[in-house]
Design a protein around this ligand. Structure first.
Ligand code: NAP
Length: 268
């Protein structure tokens, strides 16, 4: 139990709400129609934010939004290919037009093309950088200054183990993920003093459509789980708590960080 200056006791859910509630906040979540991004979009909505999810496929976007609305929360979607700069601009404008300029930006959209480096084409490289890195930069430029002007904001990007090390055919993907960790630091340097915390999350190995191919090989799945301290691979729900933390008042003094949510994978 804690006491405020006025002597009023704050405890339990009121105390937790003061730290973590997102009521009145607007969030944009790219890649919010699948896997880790979807879990993040759902958790921010459940914590009280109005959420706009952005991705390409309308069926999955609609299903995600319907699910969030069924829980009694406000949500909408914008369909856009964030690998195209003009589309990033359109998506940003359309997403901000739904519930207003966002307080929280999450860039979870990403692709991982896995040819060995010698076979990686310039097109593979450009596609990877355009979505994983350039869209993160462009959306940050679109929304970061407004957040700073309003004195509060949260920018969250999804990095990877490959932000800090190579990992089977890391190719362009690893480079893009190292760069988004650096981008979070640059954004933090630019805007933290005006209340905008900018961080990246580094997942371990998480079962989603992105990694489904690996999960069809039980021996590889088991070997990856054995490389964690927790003894298992990740699930999208493992990202709900960290997303709410990084999107809320609770993380006001956490900025420029790459936060590993990986069952200990990176330190084992
Ligand atoms: N799963 C893991 O083990 C793992 C590990 C480390 C990091 N990550 C990162 O976590 C993030 C989420 O990955 P995930 O595993 O959850 O993958 P996922 O389930 O495949 O989800 C990817 C999301 O990005 C969207 N997307 C893909 N290409 C897009 C484009 N050109 N324009 C707009 N949206 C696009 C997808 O929707 P559409 O296809 O409909 O557009 C989907 O919503 C990614 O940044 C990934 O690199 C994942």
């Amino acid at each position: 139990m804690d006491e405020t200056d006025s002597g009023r006791a704050i405890h339990g859910s009121a105390f937790l709400d003061g730290l973590f509630a997102l009521n009145g906040r607007v969030a944009i979540v790219t890649g919010g129609s699948s896997g880790i991004g979807r879990a993040i979009a759902e958790s921010l909505a459940q914590a009280g934010a109005d959420v706009v999810v952005v991705a390409r496929g309308e069926a999955a976007l609609r299903e995600t939004v319907d699910g969030i609305r069924a829980g009694g929360h406000r949500a909408a979607f914008v369909s856009a290919d964030l690998g195209e700069r003009a589309e990033v601009e359109r998506a940003g404008d359309e997403a901000a037009a739904v519930f207003g300029e966002p307080d929280i930006l999450v860039h979870a959209a990403g692709i991982n093309l896995r040819p060995p480096l010698a076979d990686l084409t310039v097109q593979d490289w450009d596609l990877t950088m355009a979505l994983n890195l350039d869209a993160a930069f462009l959306l940050g430029q679109r929304f970061g200054p407004g957040m700073a002007e309003r004195g509060w904001g949260r920018i969250i990007t999804i990095g990877s183990q490959q932000s800090i090390r190579a990992f089977g055919n890391s190719g362009a993907y690893g480079v893009s993920k190292a760069a988004v960790a650096a981008l979070a630091r640059s954004q933090a340097e630019a805007w933290s003093a005006r209340g905008v915390c900018c961080n990246a999350i580094a997942p371990g190995f998480v079962r989603t459509p992105l990694t489904e191919a690996v999960f069809t090989d039980p021996a590889r799945e088991e070997a990856l789980a054995a490389r964690t301290m927790a003894g298992r691979n990740g699930q999208p729900a493992d990202f709900m708590g960290v997303a709410i933390f990084l999107a809320s008042d609770a993380s006001a003094y956490v900025t420029g960080q790459l936060i590993f949510v990986d069952g200990g994978f990176s330190v084992f």
